[in-house]
Design a protein around this ligand. Structure first.
Ligand code: MN
Ligand code: MN
Length: 325
């Protein structure tokens, strides 16, 4: 028999144990394979077969799980206590049996999320590179195009690159083409960096997405951006996709395509806290690449962002009641 708790009954709650102990699950929540008692499932997607530059995002879920023991129970700024609002569990990884076949791997990811979605569980995913957002959307947005708040240095609405249409610079173009996103209800925030051509992200503008370049965000601020995001996505179901390279490399060096001149962790936190309201039915934090990280900066920023997003998902889920996401 394993040693029972003798002196401190509160230690029955893994979130109250010393944070360096235990097997690392996301936010020290239970690992669950039975979805019947789960409202929000936190899922790792350890796949980076779609990157165009530096690899390593396949190690993101492990790094984020370990670092997520930093997170406690209550959002000090907003008072939101996500683990009291809803039942959160770590559903493990959407791991892939045949990772060397890009389109097949994406289909395997969709298969995983089909099960999650059918069970009415809201997914909060940790990538993985940004190509994984497309197979997630294929599972949760089928038959009902979603709005989206997309925070990133890049629009990710490119087209064919080196013979593939499914790399991490193109998921949201494919998602619009496949009827998974309503571009009129999509906002892309933090866009910057040098381009291969001036019209590299033309698809975003042509399709009707609201593109907020870094300069506009810098001039008008996070509070304005949150208000604009709520206006654009409206009241219908929406997704939230956070590419860690939206942060300045000073805060998140561990990523595949860093772009200097980005937002701070503090700005990201305040922007996300001000985003409460939309009917978020899923979210991801992608492009965390631990092999390029220093001192855990990127995983620390990543889990901080994941916690803010978890609060948004929990609030939306609680507002909907127990109905399917
Ligand atoms: Mn991206
Ligand atoms: Mn990016």
């Amino acid at each position: 028999m394993i040693k029972p708790i003798a002196h401190y009954p509160e230690l029955a709650d893994p979130q109250l144990r010393p944070r360096y102990t235990g097997i690392p699950t996301f936010f020290r929540q239970p690992f669950a394979q039975d979805l019947s008692a789960v409202d929000i499932g936190v899922i790792g997607v350890p796949f980076d077969g779609g990157v165009t530059n530096r690899t390593g995002a396949r190690h993101g879920p492990r790094g984020l799980r370990d670092q997520s023991s930093l997170i406690r129970k209550v959002n000090q700024a907003t008072g939101v206590a996500p683990f009291e609002l809803v039942r959160v569990a770590d559903l493990g990884d959407a791991w892939i049996e045949r990772p060397y076949e890009l389109e097949g791997a994406l289909a395997e990811i969709t298969g995983f999320y089909d099960v999650v979605h059918a069970a009415g569980v809201v997914p909060l995913s940790a990538g993985g590179d940004h190509s994984v957002s497309l197979p997630i959307l294929r599972a949760i947005a089928r038959g009902r195009p979603l709005g989206m708040v997309h925070i990133d240095a890049h629009c990710d609405t490119g087209d064919d690159y080196l013979g593939s249409r499914f790399h991490h610079g193109a998921p949201f173009r494919r998602a619009v083409e496949e009827g998974l996103l309503d571009p009129a209800r999509v906002i892309q925030i933090g866009i910057r960096g040098s381009l291969n051509s001036a019209d590299m992200w033309q698809f975003s503008r042509d399709s009707g997405m609201r593109v907020v370049p870094m300069e506009e965000l810098d001039d008008r601020g996070w509070a304005w951006a949150a208000e604009e995001a709520r206006r654009v996505v409206g009241t219908g179901p929406a997704y939230l996709s956070f590419d860690i390279d939206s942060l300045d490399p000073a805060f998140a060096p561990g990523t595949g395509t860093p772009e200097p001149g980005g937002i701070s962790v503090r700005e990201a936190q305040r922007l996300l806290r001000a985003l409460a309201g939309p009917d978020f039915v899923g979210a991801d934090v992608v492009e965390v690449s631990p092999p390029f990280d220093h001192a855990g900066l990127t995983t620390m920023a990543g889990v901080s962002v994941m916690f803010e997003i978890l609060c948004l998902l929990a609030q939306a889920r609680a507002a909907r009641g127990r109905s399917a996401g």
